[in-house]
Design a protein around this ligand. Structure first.
Ligand code: NI
Length: 388
């Protein structure tokens, strides 16, 4: 199955959708215009069911194949939200809303999945049911988590789920994937150190929170170097240090440290969380201060299931012949992870060529990637549920 000829024909139409989304970016759950257009298009394709308002502003379309002897249901997911970035592409279809921009290519993901939905609804050349999933709030709001919490998987009977993200730096038409972790879990911490403030010229009458915080920052690096198995990956970054004083001659009463933790393995994540609490508390105690860690778990790791990864790679190979199955995992996070915790599935990167990196103000999705992405989505359905 080469890149489907039908997607070459549909390319101008899909590109027009993509550029319309690009011109009208919306943030987080506020994707009302985008979701409305997605739902209208899905209805115009003749989807058997189109449901809006799942996970607040998510949209789901159901497309039944010619037959359903298999009873199988495959979910395909795209994200719809943009970023709070001021666009600097100079494109004639650049964002019309200053400070909002499709800088992660979710406009492309949505358009490619719409293209696949149109093709699947007109051909129905499969045995089973395709469920197309358009989620809000990937960029920080947990829209995927909200759709799952809304009962999406059970309601539509999804048995396997597949997601895709474009990736600058990977050649156009090339896919990259790996079994196991693709993206990291992203957690954040806030450590509050409380001592005894006072005059900086009389340190002996204080308990110096700044000194305690400095020891804590240093000691936190021992988690990666001394606690976690060196063959496993972890990032511990302390990024913010603030105190309740801005004076040169005051030892502050409290100091707050903030930062991020990235892991792939839940056991490592548990270990890091425990050490993030023990180390500051113990160090502070030794100095006569206190330190309390607030550890907030964010998106879990995006972990590809083995069998589904093989299916995803096979379809990618049939689409373009170019697929790497050992792409290095990224320390960024992705909330498709919540769907992969519910159902077996896989997440794949699609090359976006030599463009600025995602989340950069000069980034742009390359429309030449559309036939590859739409073909992969449609191919997952036709390959996993072949027509009788
Ligand atoms: Ni993204």
């Amino acid at each position: 199955m080469p890149v489907k000829n039908r997607f070459a024909e549909l390319l101008p139409e899909i590109t027009a959708w993509r550029r319309d989304f690009h011109e009208n970016p919306e943030l987080l759950f506020e994707v009302h215009r985008t979701a409305g257009k997605v739902a209208d298009l899905l209805r115009s394709f003749g989807c058997d069911e189109v449901v809006e308002g799942i996970g607040r502003t998510g949209v789901v379309g159901v497309i039944k194949g010619k037959t359903d002897a298999s009873g199988r249901v495959i979910g395909l997911r795209a994200d719809m939200d943009a970023l709070p970035i001021r666009e600097a592409t100079g494109l004639d279809y650049a964002s019309k809303t200053p400070g909002k921009m499709h800088a992660c290519g979710h406009d492309g993901h949505t358009a490619m999945l719409l293209g696949a939905a149109k093709y699947l609804a007109e051909t129905r050349n499969f045995d089973g049911t395709a469920v197309v999933i358009f989620q809000p709030a990937e960029e920080g709001g947990g829209g995927g988590r909200e759709m799952v919490a809304d009962g999406m998987m059970d309601r539509f009977g999804v048995q396997e789920v597949y997601g895709m993200h474009n990736m600058p730096g990977i050649p156009l038409g090339t896919f990259e994937i790996r079994e196991g972790p693709m993206m990291a879990a992203a957690d954040q911490f806030e450590i509050t150190v409380t001592g005894k403030g006072g005059h900086a010229a009389k340190p002996h009458e204080t308990i110096d929170t700044m000194l305690v915080a400095a020891h804590i920052i240093t000691a936190l690096q021992s988690i990666a170097s001394r606690n976690v198995d060196p063959l496993k990956q972890v990032v511990v970054s302390t990024c913010v240090l603030t105190s309740d004083s801005n004076a040169h001659n005051v030892i502050p009463q409290t100091v707050v440290l903030k930062g991020t933790v990235r892991t792939f393995d839940p056991a490592v994540q548990d270990l890091v969380e425990a050490r993030m609490k023990e180390l500051p508390a113990g160090i502070a105690q030794a100095f006569g201060a206190t330190a309390v860690t607030d550890f907030q778990r964010g998106y879990p790791a995006t972990v590809n299931h083995a069998t589904e990864t093989r299916h995803a790679a096979e379809v990618a190979r049939s689409v373009s012949g170019k697929v790497s199955v050992d792409t290095p995992p990224l320390m960024g996070a992705e909330d498709f992870s919540y769907m992969l915790l519910e159902r077996p599935g896989a997440y794949i990167f699609l090359g976006n060529g030599d463009t600025a990196m995602v989340h950069h103000p000069a980034y742009n999705f390359d429309d030449n990637a559309i036939p590859f992405g739409s073909s992969w989505y449609a191919g997952m359905v036709e390959t996993r549920m072949p027509a009788a």
